[in-house]
Design a protein around this ligand. Structure first.
Ligand SMILES: [Zn+2]
Length: 179
């Protein structure tokens, strides 16, 4: 059960999404696109509408796998672009700043950027694991108890590897372990 926790950044992306409005951004970029946006009570990722199940369609049918692969790949591409953008930005900006105060501000800004990128790299790894799970036919099932994670939860959190019950339980245990 501890396995997912090891893989997971200390802030799950669920938490990050919830905290997003207050998240420190030092510049305006397309980073916002990396976060799911809520539309009509469901989550629309990268303009990909939530999956509509046909009558009698079984869970994790081929079209569903295609659907989630599209979301995961779009998400990953977006994050990777954002990481590249930061590297370029930091190379450009660090070129010439003679003022000491400007330098200090810039270093602080870079530190924040680097922490954000670090979280994004971890998220990219999780996304890659989810794409691998699709390849392996494991996607959409709880790593812990094996039941279906469910389309709704996956739309909201495409990298979920646990059902909501196991996830909740793991979070309670996590809290107990860390006070
Ligand atoms: Zn479970």
């Amino acid at each position: 059960m501890a396995v997912e926790n090891l893989n997971e950044p200390s802030n799950s992306e669920e938490t990050q999404a919830a905290e997003k409005p207050s998240r420190t951004r030092t510049r305006k970029t397309a980073a916002a696109v990396a976060q799911p946006t809520v539309a009509n009570g469901s989550v629309a990722l990268f303009g990909i509408a939530p999956y509509q199940m046909k009558a009698g369609e079984e869970y994790m049918s081929d079209p569903q796998m295609v659907h989630f692969r599209r979301i995961l790949e779009a998400w990953k591409a977006d994050l990777m672009q954002e990481v590249d953008r930061t590297v370029n930005y930091m190379q450009d900006e660090s070129a010439a700043l003679p003022d000491v105060n400007d330098r200090a501000t810039q270093e602080e800004e870079f530190a924040i950027e680097l922490r954000t990128r670090d979280r994004e790299r971890k998220l990219i790894r999780k996304i890659e694991q989810s794409i691998q799970a699709i390849d392996d036919g494991d996607y959409g099932y709880c790593d812990t108890c094996g039941i279906e994670i469910g389309l709704r939860r996956l739309e909201a959190r495409p990298t979920a590897t646990q059902c909501i019950d196991c996830k909740t339980l793991a979070e309670i245990k996590e809290k107990q372990n860390h006070g």
